[in-house]
Each structure stands twice: as C-alpha cells, then as structure tokens.
Design a protein around this ligand. Structure first.
Ligand code: GDP
Length: 424
C-alpha cells in the first residue's frame, strides 16, 4: 500500500517525525519533490538529526530510501548527509536515486543568491539553495537529469550550450564572474562518481514493489500553503507540495495512493515572506517560538527564527482539503501546555465579511483573523499514551479543531520522539 505523509500548513509541521514513526512499518520511503531548502528534524535512538535530502526512513535498516525524479537533487548535500549519519553510527542506509532526478547545478545556487541580492527588500526570502533557478531550468528544458552524467560527450555539448545563456545573465544582469565550462564539466564528473552506486530506474522499481504489496511511504516537504498552484502564490516553493504530486515525483499511478496522512501543527509557524493571518508578535510570539517544536522554532536548514501564530482553522481546513486528507496527524500539542487560554483563528474577515474559505493571495493580504479563545489545560501532556487520559480541555481543543477543519484527527503527537504518539 502507498501512503503519503504531507503538510497542511506552511511546512515544519513535524512530517519528519511522523514519517520516521510510520517508517517502522514501511519497506520503502520516497522523497518526491523539493530539495535541500527545507529540512526535517528527527529525534531517535541515534540522536537528533536534521535531514534535508535523505528520506526520514534512513534510520531503519529494513527500509529502502528513494530520491524520486521530482526532487531537486543536490549531490554534495546528499553525500554529506549520508556521511554525517554514518559517522554517527547509523548503519549505512539502502539508498536509490532516480535516473530521471535532475541536478541542482552549482550555478543554481549562485543565481539564487544573486537574485535575492538584486531584489533586496522585495525578495522572496529564499533559502538560497538554488531551488527556484533549478525548477525554472527544469521547465525551460535546460536542466540535467542524473542519467545525462553518464554520456560525457553529450553532457559537454549541452553544458556549453547552457553556459552561453547563463553567462549573458551573469554579465549583464548580475555583474558577476562568468562560468567556466571545463570546471563545470569536472564538477559533473565528480558528481557522477558520487551518485553512480545509487542510480536506479525508480518507477520500474516501485512498479514491482507495488505488485509485491510492499508498504511505500511518500514523504512530502513543506505544506499545502507553499504549493505553487494552490498555495499563497508567489510566496510559495517551486515544486508541488501536494500528495497528488507524489504520483508524478515518484513515478507511480495516482490511484495507488490509498492513504494521505496530513500533518497539522497545533499552532502556526511559517518561514519566508507572505500573508500569515493568525501571526502573533512581540513577547507572545517569542515565548511560543522558544517553547515550540523541540528546542525552539528555528529553521532546520537556515537557523532563521520562524514567524509564529495561533492555530488557523481556515488555512488548515483548506490545506487538508487540497491534500485529499484521509488522516490528520496533529502535532506538537504538548507545547501549548503553558497557556491559560489558547486563541484559535476560526475565520477571516475580508472586506468586512467573515469567511472560513481560504482566499486567493490578494484578498489574503487584507484578511484579519477572527479569534475564538479556548481554555488551556495547563499541564504537561508528554508521556500520555491514551486519548482518554489527556486533560479534558486538551481533548476539547483537539475536537474543536477537528470539527472546524472537517477531517479526522487519528494521530496526536505529544513529543518529538518516535513513540510519542497517541492513536485515536
Ligand atoms: P517537518 O519539516 O515537517 O518535518 O518539521 P520540522 O523538522 O520543522 O519539525 C518540527 C520540530 O518539531 C522538530 O524539531 C521535531 O523534532 C519537533 N516535533 C515534532 N513533533 C513534535 C511534538 O509532537 N512535540 C514536540 N514538542 N516537538 C515535536
């Protein structure tokens, strides 16, 4: 059976933890989109890890971890990550990389930096991992697939062609040094040697695995609201964050995805620019940020402080719907135990009217939150393993949100650890 684990919000919902937990019963875990611009934080028996490219299943020796064709593959980052986990005594994971995955080129990272510099105050808040230039090139059909590394002559010819265009931009738009084809070619040969042992026809592999009834997890990055089509365009990421894209980014039939576990966080956080209706500021935000996640709400890749907000029913209802949610995993609920009262955003006021439907970006910029105040439970819920044992106000918070978003909350995460989960 194929299950997807995806986010309903702006990312950082705790997908890594949920994937790591569900990986216990999985045979194969596939990353199907995104790149090293976001990260998952995972806490398990080996310690605490920030993964950017490797699927969250790499800590189990019974799983195969796959980088699908939809991923923006940064080969040096992948290899450093493998090295980092192996150096910390995790057994060498079984990894396969799609022969159709495309490469983040060294110049994608440069262009990302140069463009942010050029846009200055009007920038998108890119993590400068080269993701937007990468996907632009992919769809402009001047990207490089992994398999192209193995045909030296064709590769050199294509590099020469692509570099002509890049150098015009570098010289005239960014006023930066030109690229050198020979150097790039040498780098590509190093990449080829690094990736060679893992290259695989992933869709054929998964076709066989599905036939053999293997358990497959598709692991998404970021969340619904960062999807380029359905999110807060243009303050979005460059590849689809939706479970539906899992079929494309892994190379499997869409009807094989039977379960869509959407991870929803018990409060809101976001990184980068863009409207964030339930955002809070000042001391209130600082405290939630300090207490949030596991050791504070700071970017796993960049260390940037995340923007904080109350739970947003409007955004989460939409985020779950657009994912096609079958199950909600409700995370980091333990963090809210310090609050006397917990505000929840239950509607948006847009141009004098209240709505619970998530609007398009222009209207979103003018939306004001309609808050409802729920009582807190003022206790530490970590260590609780049964739903009935949660404090009454905590259950009421969960049930209120479940009703507002309209999708069943079947898992509640009350701590960062693998086993800190309550099934309902
Ligand atoms: P992802 O990108 O969706 O995987 O999200 P992050 O890696 O940003 O995960 C959010 C953070 O919250 C990580 O530091 C996790 O270890 C932590 N975390 C996940 N679930 C829980 C939870 O239920 N409670 C607490 N306190 N922390 C959690």
């Amino acid at each position: 059976m194929v299950k997807a684990v995806v986010g309903a919000n702006w990312g950082d919902e705790g997908k890594g933890k949920i994937t790591d937990m569900l990986s216990k019963e999985a045979d194969i875990i596939v990353r199907f989109q995104g790149g090293a611009n976001a990260g998952h934080t995972i806490v398990n028996d080996y310690g605490k890890f920030a993964l950017h490219t490797l699927p969250s299943g790499v800590f189990y020796d019974h799983t195969t971890s796959i980088i699908g064709n939809g991923v923006a593959l940064n080969i040096p980052v992948l290899f450093n990550e493998i090295k980092e986990i192996v150096d910390r005594d995790v057994p060498m994971p079984k990894i396969l990389v799609s022969d159709r995955a495309q490469l983040v080129m060294p110049y994608h990272i440069l262009f990302d930096e140069y463009e942010e510099e050029r846009l200055a105050g009007k920038s998108f808040g890119s993590t400068k991992s080269g993701i937007a230039p990468f996907y632009s090139d992919k769809y402009a059909k001047i990207g490089f697939q992994v398999n192209e590394l193995f045909d030296e002559e064709a590769l050199k010819e294509k590099l020469e062609r692509v570099v002509v265009q890049k150098n015009v931009m570098l010289e005239h738009l960014y006023h930066k040094p030109a690229l050198n084809v020979d150097e790039l070619f040498e780098t590509m040969m190093e990449y080829r040697d690094m990736v060679a042992p893992y290259v695989c026809d992933v869709s054929a592999f998964l076709y066989q695995a599905i036939k053999e009834d293997k358990n497959i997890l598709l692991e998404g990055q970021l969340g619904s609201l960062k999807d380029p089509d359905h999110g807060i365009y243009p303050m979005v990421t460059s590849s689809s964050t939706l479970a539906a894209y899992g079929a494309i980014g892994a190379g499997i039939p869409p009807y094989e995805i039977k379960k869509i576990v959407t991870v929803v966080k018990a409060y809101s956080s976001a990184v980068g620019a863009g409207a964030f209706v339930s955002e809070i500021f000042g001391e209130e935000a600082d405290e939630l940020r300090r207490r949030g996640g596991d050791g504070g709400e700071y970017g796993a890749t960049t260390g940037r402080p995340r923007r904080m907000g109350w739970f947003d029913c409007v955004a989460s209802k939409y985020g779950c719907r657009i994912q096609g949610t079958t199950d909600v995993a409700f995370t980091v609920l333990d963090v809210l135990g310090y609050l006397d009262e917990i505000p929840v955003c239950v509607g948006y006021e847009v141009d004098g009217e209240v709505t619970t439907d998530f609007p398009t970006t222009g209207k979103l910029e003018n939306a004001k939150p309609v808050l409802k105040i729920l009582p807190g439970w003022k206790s530490d819920i970590r260590g609780i393993t049964k739903y009935e044992e949660l404090p009454e106000n905590c259950r009421k918070y969960i049930e209120f949100i479940e009703e507002q978003i309209g999708f069943p909350i079947t898992m509640i995460s009350n701590g960062p650890g693998r086993d800190e989960i309550i099934f309902r």
